[in-house]
Write a protein that binds this ligand. Sequence first.
Ligand code: BEZ
Ligand code: FE
Length: 308
Amino acid sequence: MNHMHIARKLISREGDVTPVVLEAMANTSDPRLKQVMTSLVSHLHQFVLEARLTEEEFEFGLRWIAALGHHTNESNNEVVLAADVIGVSTLIDLINNNGMQGETMSALLGPFYRGHAPHCVSGECIARSETPGAGLVFTGRVIGAQGYPVEGAVLDVWQASPVGLYENQDESQGDFNLRGKFTTDADGCFHFVSVKPAGYPVPTDGPVGDLLRAQQRAPMRPAHIHFIVYAPGHKTLVTQIFADSQDALLADVVFGAKQQIVGDFVRHDRPDVEFPGMKAPFYTCRYDFKLVAGTPSYPIPPISGKKA
Ligand code: BEZ
Ligand code: FE
């Protein structure tokens, strides 16, 4: 087979480039790859023409993209963060998860999901090292869209410490602090103990931080807890439950907050026999996750470990 591409003509003006490049890609055998690359190249060329990019701007942009790679390592994923702060991740989320079958709304995975979190027994506390903040008892059920309980669903939970950092970013936190996996019982119920989450800034020491400063944008995420809810026979749910003010939700730097997944965090000012061992003030939150039938999948963790 001859894979050599012979252009019909040499390029001499701006308008020649797009058709010649699309023609060069015309033999792509995977139809989906061909469709995606045709659309990408067409729109990218259109963007360059519309913005009339200078050579300096182009070089600056390429250096910025290379810096995303240089700031990506086992404990930080600047590429994911970049997609998040320009709203691309939220678009992808909404295209692929619309909640139309009654399932719980999804939310961004974000750059801080780690695989291999410890399996916990029901009721276990995921604060594994000294962690500030008010206690939190989080309970709920995993149910199918028709309301039946899902037994054996695994909830992979993670959150930032109220100091504003995930454990992978912070040498002072123990390995897997504020991360854990919980399994639902025969009634679909789960239960864990943690601390009430606080809002935090996304990392600003890399090229994404440079962009946010240039755009005069605050780097804050509203307080939330992340969940991956996995059960055989069901579509995997990747979501976050929010615990913050409307203003903080509106100011989410990654456009990830959704009204449907704001939790009802109830403050308790006195110890309560119903919640033994919880020192006042503490919070409780109950949230039921609804899954739809489907083929489960698992996201690839954007990071693998703690800061070296
Ligand atoms: C997060 O919630 O962990 C997150 C999401 C997007 C960007 C940065 C952090
Ligand atoms: Fe987060």
